[in-house]
Design a protein around this ligand. Structure first.
Ligand SMILES: *Cc1c(COP(=O)(O)O)cnc(C)c1O
Length: 357
């Protein structure tokens, strides 16, 4: 019965699931290996003991957090919207601009939610291929042409791109904003702290631009579900009409605020992880038949023979990496950069697996 009631466009969908295997080392979801800084834990504990006010609804406008973000970015707080992860903001953005039959242009391979949220929203996703033979680089002319031909409402760009790790230059983002003035251009910068580059600097010049950021990756806060968008005020106002009320819990707002105040510590973690990325890349490159793709993020895309089998064997040994069933990506695994100790465990196991193969 349910089967017959469901919207036809959702028929092929599968629930989002994650690998529940037991592990020693978790390098499959691009999470930070660092839990909440000790200084933040202490402050949080004190606030909780004083009475956190959880009997009350949270601040639905996240005013304190938006003030902090505004000061950090030099973006008016009226141009900032907070979501339960940037995941929610992707959905809010699509639901704000994309109606039945409207087109959303996005890269492929990239983050799967762009297409899923577009279909759920009643729109049509038009994917522009990032080609392996071109190192998955964005072909920006093709994006512009596709957006124009399809009369796209929204173009979503992801830089560094997940899972390929490559960057899209500010010059290219600028070009697409100029050439597609009737299209909203969203730049998903979930990993941009590891590349130290942001399209936020272009915001004063383009009213069609919106930048999505998250605290889930570099900030080590995947567990609190908090992300935000940077745009002009008019765009943020429209998003705020669609965003569910009280979306961010009080505890999440509080933790986000405290961690942002402890940025110094996060910055040294980012520096450490980018050094580890270089180390891990160098070591992976030494393997015969293994190809790595340069990454501006906290993960590395690796091409290797029997990628899916290698991932399974790593899992048997307690190391989780991301593998793909999608045919385009089935030759690859994506490895999140961990601590030196975690990276060394991975490298040791990989050595013995590849030698045996
Ligand atoms: C992880 C990720 C996000 C979403 O992160 P949230 O936890 O929802 O903030 C968004 N975009 C990309 C490309 C990601 O990899």
């Amino acid at each position: 019965m349910i089967n017959k009631l469901i919207r036809p466009e959702l028929k092929g969908f599968m629930p989002y699931t994650t690998n529940q295997a037991n592990y020693r080392v978790k390098l499959d979801a691009n999470e930070s290996p660092f839990d909440l800084p000790m200084s933040v834990r202490k402050k949080l504990a004190d606030i909780i003991m004083e009475g956190p006010g959880l009997n009350l609804y949270p601040d639905t406008e996240s005013i304190e957090l938006r003030k902090t973000l505004s000061a950090h970015w030099g973006v008016d707080m009226e141009g900032i919207v907070v979501g339960t992860g940037s995941d929610q903001l992707i959905q809010v953005l699509i639901n704000t601009f994309v109606g039945k039959g409207d087109r959303v242009v996005c890269p492929a391979p990239s983050f799967g939610m762009y297409k899923i949220d577009t279909i759920i929203g009643g729109g049509t996703a038009v994917e522009v291929e990032l080609k392996e033979e071109n190192n998955f680089e964005y072909e920006i002319e093709e994006f512009i042409q596709t957006a124009i031909n399809e009369e796209a409402k929204l173009v979503i760009l992801c830089t560094p791109n997940n899972p390929t790790g490559n960057l899209l230059s500010l010059r290219c983002i600028e070009k697409i904003c100029i050439n597609c003035p009737k299209t909203v251009i969203a730049v998903d910068e979930a990993y941009a702290e590891f590349a130290d580059e942001s399209a936020a600097s272009l915001l004063p010049r383009f009213e069609n631009l919106i930048v999505l950021r998250t605290l889930s990756k570099a900030y080590g806060l995947a567990g609190i579900r908090c992300g935000y968008s940077l745009s002009n005020k008019a765009m943020a106002e429209e998003l705020s009409k669609v965003k569910p009320p009280y979306n961010i819990s009080s505890l999440s707002q509080l933790v986000a605020q405290l961690v942002f105040e402890a940025r110094g510590e996060i910055e040294s973690q980012i520096k450490y992880l980018t050094e580890q990325r270089a180390y891990l890349s160098r070591e992976l490159e030494k393997f015969d038949g293994v190809r790595i793709y340069p990454s501006g993020a906290n993960y590395i895309l690796v091409k290797l023979p029997n990628a899916n089998e290698v991932a399974k064997e790593l899992e048997r040994r307690g190391i989780l990496v991301r593998s793909y069933s999608d045919p385009v990506l089935s030759k690859y695994i994506r490895i999140s950069v961990g601590t030196k100790e975690q990276n060394d465990i991975l490298l040791e196991e990989l050595k013995s697996i590849i030698r045996q193969a």
